[in-house]
Design a binder for this molecule. Structure first.
Ligand SMILES: [Zn+2]
Length: 182
């Protein structure tokens, strides 16, 4: 979803999107790494100098899996958008701290602003990359405890006595088998 900068009126351009806007759904689902169940985007675009100031509000919810126990989760994220886009590219910018430190600065080609990139950037900044049961904004969709799944054939009795050859398990934990814990 591209917005021509020349089309932004002097008092700003107000835009709203939801799950029926496929570009927005796609961008949000990719940024949040799950199947999107809800999305509301309200943005106001204002031209500020050669750049564009984007403010508004985004709320989204996706279905994900817990990164510990793999249970199905719903993750809801909501927050204010405050992003400034200036013409140029990241690697050419020596000095981007012209505005307040809290304001995230992005880059665009000076003619069109890609709102998919705006949405992706906001969600990437706001969302937790790893989700666990009980985290803020996370609700577990199935009953049960949040614990690491136990793989078959790796019961405590077989630990340290030489596990069967066909159940190697995670090689990163192999060292634990040789630990003496008393
Ligand atoms: Zn969990």
């Amino acid at each position: 979803m591209q917005v021509n900068i020349v089309d932004i009126p002097s008092d700003g351009l107000r835009l709203c999107f939801d799950t029926t806007d496929s570009w927005a759904s796609k961008a949000a689902s990719a940024a949040l790494g799950g199947a999107l169940s809800d999305l509301n985007v309200e943005l106001v675009l204002r031209r500020v100098g050669p750049g564009v100031y984007v403010e508004g509000r985004v709320s989204a919810s996706v279905q994900r899996c817990c990164d510990r126990c793999l249970a199905a989760l719903r993750y809801c994220i909501e927050g204010p958008v405050q992003l400034y886009y200036e013409p140029g590219s990241e690697d050419l910018s020596g000095d981007v701290n012209l505005l307040s430190d809290e304001l995230e600065v992005g880059f665009f080609d000076g003619a069109q602003l890609d709102l998919s990139a705006v949405l992706s950037e906001f969600l990437a900044l706001e969302a937790s990359p790893r989700l666990f049961c009980g985290d803020y904004g996370v609700s577990r969709l199935v009953p049960g405890e949040c614990s690491l799944p136990v793989s078959k054939g790796d019961s405590p009795e077989s630990m340290g006595t030489g596990a069967s050859d066909d159940q190697v398990g995670d090689p990163r934990f192999a060292v634990l088998k040789h630990l003496d814990l008393d």
